[in-house]
Design a protein around this ligand. Structure first.
Ligand code: PBG
Length: 334
């Protein structure tokens, strides 16, 4: 005689949560050091701590080597480099962005010499850290303040070429100009760099979560904001349009940025492309967790692991995170 039981107790999902071993056996997602990309600010002029981002510093090209060594030691083999130059090196067109003696180019050559192909080197390609107005492209004349899309493309391509020349594996345009992936691809191919890939910041929103980064890179716009080129946070269909355009123009991998508040977008883009997908866990997201942990409001290792896992669950292959080396080195991922 089988005991009667209510129909609503026929299914018991808790069986598969009973022990840590069972949970591990059926887990659908994980995050490993190889999934993480460590971002670094490189400067020849102003090394030191970044206000608002506890634990994050700007490094000289030479100083970066020790950081890369630590990252490699923790199993994080991919780095994303941002250049920081002093205000007096900035001009209207961001000329120094393509300087082969600039901090990023120097860091690339040093790192390649030191670590060979052990490390994957990606560089951010954008003018905002090099322009005196702080915009990601060159302003057009005229009453309505606007950024001149087509006049910006050759400048980005120059910058990308300089990084390719200095040893980048991938260049990552973050400016959000139309057509820049195709334009940069053509320039790289024409310059003998058909082997250098493009990680496109395809889906990049005009976000308040970039605040600490702009302090770190000295790249805040002096006039206006970035809403005429970065995406409107209200839009998701548009993300698919941007992603597919960049696929068509030859991108090798796509990024969605920011990450945490945009995981629905990540999942939607994942469903539309076969390219590797990268989440950018941005500076403001890092700062939120650091400050909340410092205030005793949450357990940092657990919160970081959960946030990174959720980005993976949403479809990210790789995650750029300021927590990358710390999380991997301190065993927060396990
Ligand atoms: C450059 C760039 C930005 C970030 C990455 N590349 C700043 C911006 O668009 O204003 C933000 C990264 C972060 O917040 O961690 N355009």
């Amino acid at each position: 005689m089988i005991a009667e039981r209510p129909r609503y107790l026929a299914d018991r999902p808790r069986r598969l949560r009973a022990t840590s071993a069972i949970r591990d056996a059926v887990a659908e997602t994980d995050v490993l050091p190889r999934h993480l990309v460590a971002p670094f600010f490189v400067t020849a002029s102003a090394p030191g701590p970044v206000p608002g981002m506890p634990g994050v510093k700007r490094y000289s090209p030479e100083g970066l080597l020790r950081q890369l060594e630590a990252a490699l030691g923790a199993g994080v083999r991919t780095a994303l480099l941002f250049g920081v130059v002093p205000d007096d090196a900035k001009d209207f067109a961001g000329t120094k962005a393509a300087d082969d003696q600039g901090p990023v180019a120097r860091a690339l050559r040093l790192a390649r010499r030191e670590f060979g192909d052990e490390v994957v080197l990606i560089t951010d390609v954008c003018l905002c850290g090099y322009t005196d107005h702080g915009h990601c492209g060159v302003p057009a004349g005229g009453e309505r303040f606007a950024i001149d899309n087509d006049a910006t493309l050759p400048l980005l391509a120059e910058m990308a070429s300089a990084h390719a020349e200095a040893g980048a594996d991938l260049v990552a345009p973050s400016d959000m100009m139309d057509g820049r992936v195709g334009y940069i691809r053509e320039r790289l191919d024409g310059g003998g760099h058909s082997g250098v890939g493009i990680l496109s910041y395809a889906v990049k929103y005009a976000s308040a979560f970039y605040g600490p980064f702009r302090t770190a890179a000295g790249s805040a716009p002096g006039h206006g904001d970035r809403s005429s080129y970065q995406m409107d946070p209200r839009n998701r269909r548009e993300a698919l349009r941007e992603a597919l355009l960049d696929v068509a123009q030859g991108a090798d991998a796509l990024m969605v940025k920011p990450a945490l508040a945009y995981l629905d977008v990540m999942a939607a883009v994942r469903a539309e492309t076969r390219l590797p997908l990268v989440a950018y866990n941005v500076s403001g997201e890092y700062a939120m967790l650091k400050h909340a942990a410092a205030a005793g409001a949450l357990d940092e290792p657990r919160a970081v692991r959960e946030a990174l896992l959720c980005m993976r669950r949403a479809g990210a292959d790789l995650i750029i995170s300021y927590h990358a080396v710390e999380a991997a080195a301190r065993g927060w991922l396990a």
